[in-house]
Design a protein around this ligand. Structure first.
Ligand SMILES: Nc1ncnc2c1ncn2[C@@H]1O[C@H](COP(=O)(O)OP(=O)(O)OP(=O)(O)O)[C@@H](O)[C@H]1O
Ligand SMILES: [Mg+2]
Length: 248
C-alpha cells in the first residue's frame, strides 16, 4: 500500500459529526449475496441499534464494516476514511472496536492477562484501573482464568478489551444474549457511561427493552436492507409498527 493510502484523516472531536457512513453496502459470503444495499449513518456520540428478525443481516453488517465477510461493494466511511479497499487489520486503527457474538476470550489466560493483550490502536485507551472502575466485577475476578468466567463476566471482559485499545466507535453484537437480568442491567449502566464519555455505539440487540432507553435511533433490517429508521422520540407512537416489523 502506498504512503498516501496509509495517511489517515481524523475529523475534529465534535459531537454530531459523522462517525460512520454506510452507503449501498452489498456483502457476500462466497456465492451467497447477504446484504443488498445497506444505508445508514451514525453521528459521533450517538448510540444506534440494528434491529431485525433472525437472519436479517445485522451481524453481517457489523462484520462487513470490519471487512470480515467474503466480498463487499458500496461505501463505508469511518471517521472520514473510505475503508472499502482497506485490509481487515487496518480497520481497527481507525478507532473502531468490534465485539462479536462469540466473545473470543483467551481461555487459558486470566482476566488481567486478557486485558493486557490488546494492542493500542489509538491514544486514549482505558487503563487497567479505568477498566476496573467501570467493571468492578472484573477486578474481583482478575486472577480467574477465562474458562472459569460466567457468560456475563466473559461479555464484560470482551467489551473491556475493546475499550483498552482506544476505540471510539464500538460495534456490539448481542451483548446481552443469554445473560441474567442483573448482568444485563450492569451492561446497560456501562453503555450509559460509555456514551457519557463520548463513545459512538452500534448495538445489535434482540432485547428491545434493554436497547430502547439507551438508543438515539433504531434501524430496522430485513432481508439484508435497512427498511426503517425510528428516532427515540417517535418510539412511543411507532411501537406497534415496530413490533409488527420485528414479529413480536
Ligand atoms: N458465513 C456465512 N456463510 C453463508 N451465509 C451466512 C454466513 N453467515 C451468515 N449467513 C447468512 O446470512 C444471513 C444473515 O445472517 P446474519 O448473521 O447477519 O443475521 P442476523 O441478523 O445477525 O440474525 P441472527 O443473529 O439472529 O442470526 C442469514 O441468512 C445467514 O444464514
Ligand atoms: Mg446475528
Amino acid at each position: 500500500m502506498n504512503q498516501a493510502a496509509e495517511t489517515l484523516t481524523d475529523y475534529p472531536d465534535l459531537e454530531g459529526a459523522e462517525m460512520l457512513r454506510v452507503r449501498n453496502l452489498n456483502a457476500f459470503y462466497g456465492e451467497s449475496h447477504i446484504l443488498h444495499g445497506v444505508d445508514f449513518d451514525v453521528k459521533r456520540g450517538e448510540l444506534v441499534t440494528l434491529l431485525g428478525r433472525n437472519g436479517a443481516g445485522r451481524s453481517t453488517t457489523l462484520k462487513a464494516i470490519m471487512n470480515m465477510v467474503g466480498r463487499r461493494t458500496g461505501s463505508i466511511v469511518i471517521n472520514g476514511n473510505e475503508t472499502l479497499g482497506m485490509k481487515p487489520h487496518r480497520i481497527p486503527r481507525l478507532g473502531i472496536g468490534y465485539c462479536p457474538e462469540e466473545r473470543g476470550i483467551f481461555a487459558s489466560l486470566d482476566v488481567e492477562e486478557n486485558l493486557l493483550l490488546p494492542p493500542t490502536v489509538r491514544s486514549g485507551g482505558m487503563s487497567i484501573d479505568d477498566i476496573y472502575a467501570m467493571f468492578p466485577h472484573l477486578y474481583e475476578r482478575r486472577r480467574s482464568q477465562g474458562t472459569r468466567l460466567s457468560g456475563g463476566e466473559q461479555q464484560m471482559l470482551a467489551m473491556a478489551r475493546i475499550l483498552r485499545t482506544g476505540a471510539r466507535l464500538l460495534l456490539l453484537d448481542e451483548i446481552t444474549e443469554g445473560l441474567a437480568p442483573v448482568i444485563v442491567q450492569a451492561l446497560g449502566e456501562v453503555l450509559v457511561k460509555l456514551k457519557a464519555r463520548g463513545m459512538t455505539i452500534v448495538l445489535v440487540e434482540q432485547n428491545f427493552r434493554f436497547a430502547a432507553p439507551l438508543a438515539d435511533r433504531h434501524f430496522v433490517m430485513e432481508h439484508g436492507r435497512i427498511i426503517e429508521e425510528i428516532g427515540a422520540a417517535e418510539l412511543a407512537s411507532r411501537r406497534d409498527h415496530l413490533n409488527t416489523l420485528l414479529g413480536v
